[in-house]
Design a protein around this ligand. Structure first.
Ligand code: GLY
Ligand code: MN
Ligand code: MN
Length: 449
């Protein structure tokens, strides 16, 4: 299962239809990042470049030239090189870029300085994501200046630069049927991995060992890379929103929050579950957990075409504020607490974000100053949370250090929405039952510790 060559071609055509007459789009690939000596960080292709080409290598540039006689899709890439391929791995080479990746025309990347100015010359407009890669920005300006130097010889440099992101990210926001299938798969794989982590959890393990379980079970199902660095926060660590140290020992009396998701065929999942290390929620932990779950359900109820982006957030704020007042963690009128944002001491982030090729995916949240209206094909996360800081002296000590987030990935469909990550339980009773069954099964087997 992956994106077909036809779909990549369709994406390029749709972008070219959005481009104004006599223009050119330039999209560089990601670079390898050096780590030390002969070692690099794991390479991940730039999502925009990948969306338009599916080409997996670094040192490449995609150029779209609508109406070009010798082919509209031009790819510059590393040339074949027997010696380098023995050391560093296979290369498609220009011939492979045409045969296997649907480029109309391809050239060695080393020839780009000679060839690309010729493709730009005579075009009125350049579509490019300026400001993302300072080195490439400068190279582009060098190519443009090379054309400008030849105006007296009749050269026609482009006069307008347009932000490619604006057009391309609007396309990426709406997922095709094939993309939805991959996102469903990413969701299912990540949900299965979360279930395994919940079942394997024992006091005495380290947070990073729960992450190891997630990574193992994701990879065994084809989700080879994480979509982001996992957050595994036990106890008060769960109150650090982007906690990634993941090095504390799990205590039976603590909750543990796991925020983790795999990338499957270039598409992300993003799931959070929070559960008791010892298998049973305390009264306070359960009260906070049930409140977050209620807020998530209220937010989910707002998800359908025609609703605007902020509605699920507002629903979650109302439920959480009401609940915190009932529990004695906030005081006074609900509306006053909402208006003066006192709930933000406990719920300081928004309900979610777009998700797709990137975990925090591209796409505008406001259009012409108004919250965006939800439409079929958009995918977003729904992830309310309550985080009671360990040093919050405004609340009774029994509440301090409890952090809970519950996060799912949701597709907006014509008739409402579909949760793509529903296969991991979130009812408190279900989680306790799952952990109790796993504990019984484990009693028959030697411990991993
Ligand atoms: N995993 C980061 C987030 O939930 O947004
Ligand atoms: Mn998220
Ligand atoms: Mn998350």
């Amino acid at each position: 299962m992956s994106i077909s060559k036809k779909e990549y071609a369709r994406r390029r055509s749709r972008l070219m239809e959005l481009m104004e007459a006599n223009s050119i789009a330039i999209v560089p690939a990601a670079h390898e990042k050096h780590r030390s000596a002969d070692t690099h960080y794991a390479f991940r292709q730039d999502s925009d470049f990948n969306y338009l080409s599916g080409f997996p290598e670094p040192d490449a540039v995609l150029v779209l030239v609508p109406g070009r006689e010798h082919g509209e899709c031009v790819l510059f890439c590393r040339d074949k090189d027997k010696e380098r391929e023995i050391w560093d791995g296979y290369r498609a080479g220009p011939a492979g870029a045409v045969a296997d990746y649907g480029a109309d025309d391809a050239f060695p990347i080393d020839d780009i300085d000679e060839i690309l100015p010729g493709l730009i010359e005579g075009r009125d407009r350049v579509y490019y994501a300026m400001g993302r890669d300072a080195n490439f920005d400068k190279r582009l300006m060098d190519w443009i200046n090379a054309i400008r130097e030849k105006v007296r010889a009749g050269a026609h440099p482009p006069g307008e630069f347009l932000d490619l992101d604006h057009f391309l990210h609007e396309l990426r926001l709406f997922k095709s049927a094939a993309e939805i299938r991959l996102m469903e798969q990413a969701g299912e794989i990540s949900a299965a991995a979360h279930c395994e982590a919940i079942k394997a959890c024992e006091a005495g393990m380290y947070e990073y060992q729960l992450d190891a379980i997630i990574q193992y079970h994701s990879a065994m199902r084809g989700g080879r890379e994480p979509a982001y660095t996992s957050i595994v926060g036990s106890g008060a660590n769960a109150c650090v929103l982007h906690y990634i140290e993941n090095n504390a020992k799990l205590k039976a009396s603590d909750l543990v929050l796991i925020d983790a998701g795999c990338e499957y065929q270039g598409y992300a999942a993003d799931i959070t579950r929070t559960f008791p290390v010892g298998g049973r929620f305390s009264a306070e932990q359960r009260a906070i957990y049930e409140l977050v779950l209620k807020a998530q359900k209220a937010a989910l109820a707002e998800l359908a075409p025609g609703r605007h982006w902020n509605e699920p957030h507002e629903a979650s704020v109302r439920v959480i504020t009401e609940g915190l007042i009932e529990l004695g963690l906030l005081h006074g009128e609900v509306q006053k607490n909402i208006d003066n944002q006192s709930y933000k001491a406990f719920y300081m982030h928004r309900i979610g974000h777009w998700i797709g090729m990137d975990v925090h995916d591209v796409g505008d949240y406001k259009v012409h100053g108004q919250w965006r209206v939800l439409e079929a094909g958009m995918v977003m996360t729904v992830e309310p949370g309550i985080y009671i800081a360990a040093d919050n002296e405004d609340v009774e000590a029994r509440w301090r250090g409890i952090g809970v987030r519950i996060e799912d990935d949701v597709l907006i469909c014509k008739d409402g929405h579909r949760v793509l990550t529903a296969a991991v339980p979130k009812e408190a009773d279900e989680i306790e039952a799952m952990m109790a069954a796993a504990k019984n099964a484990r009693a028959e087997q030697p411990s991993l510790l």
